[in-house]
Design a protein around this ligand. Structure first.
Ligand SMILES: O=P(O)(O)OC[C@H]1O[C@H](O[C@H]2O[C@H](CO)[C@@H](O)[C@H](O)[C@H]2O)[C@H](O)[C@@H](O)[C@@H]1O
Length: 241
């Protein structure tokens, strides 16, 4: 079902890959739509700052694509947050030797150059989009890595398997942000395309707001839009209203 108009008192939470930008072959080959930065800036102004990005990507990576985004960002599946557009805080309690994790991931992936290793300050992703037949290999490797790194949790993603700190999640990030001045008391609206977004959609709905599933697939979201362009159109209609 198509979502209703964005409430004037919404707190808007937006996923990035597959939601604001189209999925691409590699994490670093995405194209940011020309109109996106201005759209986000206008939404931020219209909602008095209550706009946040909630992504599996790390915050520094997101800022490479949206350097002027003025709102809060929760990155690395909620393991880090930036509230002021500059400082990035870790928000998990896992004592992680991230360099050792990255080394181990690269060593395990080495037999298959088609597997792309994406390192993050609080975890790692192994992508098999270049050769989907390697899914089983990647799942096994990541299960081994998870066993060897207590405190890290497996996070399946689109053509990738990730490790994130246990206890960090997109729904946790939404709950944290909803407790802050500027967000508290507003109606949470969450848009996302992936399995990783479902708990956050449920959290928004449990708090009296709604979720929008972008694209196909099972969802708990009350509403759906077919893709990134449809979401952009819906957001632009909110700005025109
Ligand atoms: O939470 P998101 O903002 O949706 O981020 C989820 C993951 O997105 C990225 O990977 C996915 O998008 C890539 C670019 O389109 C694609 O090549 C890959 O197959 C997808 O899994 C990103 O690289 C990850 O770090 C994010 O966790």
């Amino acid at each position: 079902m198509t979502p209703p108009d964005l409430p004037a008192d919404a707190a808007l939470f937006l996923d990035f890959d597959g939601c604001l930008v189209e999925i691409s072959d590699r994490p670093d080959s995405i194209t940011v739509p020309e109109a996106l930065p201005a759209r986000l800036a206008r939404l931020h102004q219209r909602l008095d700052g209550a706009v946040a990005l909630i992504s599996g990507r790390d915050i520094a990576d997101l800022r490479r694509y949206l350097p002027d985004f003025p709102g809060a960002i929760a990155g690395s599946h909620g393991a880090e947050v930036s509230l002021d557009g500059r400082r990035i805080e870790a928000v998990h309690g896992v004592d992680l030797d991230v360099a050792a994790l990255h080394r181990a991931a690269r060593d395990l992936a080495a037999p298959h150059p088609a597997v792309l290793v994406e390192v993050k300050p609080h975890g790692v992703s192994l992508h098999y989009r270049a050769d989907p037949a390697l899914r089983g290999f990647v799942e096994d490797m990541m299960a081994r890595l998870a066993e060897a790194h207590p405190g890290m949790a497996l996070q399946p993603s689109k053509m990738a398997v990730e490790l994130r700190p246990e206890g960090s999640s997109k729904d946790g990030a939404l709950a944290r942000l909803m407790g802050l001045d500027g967000f508290a008391g507003r109606v949470p609206v969450y848009a996302g395309d992936d399995l990783t977004d479902e708990a956050a959609i449920a959290e928004a709905q449990a708090r009296g707001g709604f979720g929008i599933k972008i694209g196909e697939g099972e969802t708990v979201a009350r509403y759906r839009l077919p893709g990134t362009e449809a979401l952009a159109g819906w957001l632009d209609r909110a700005l025109a209203g």
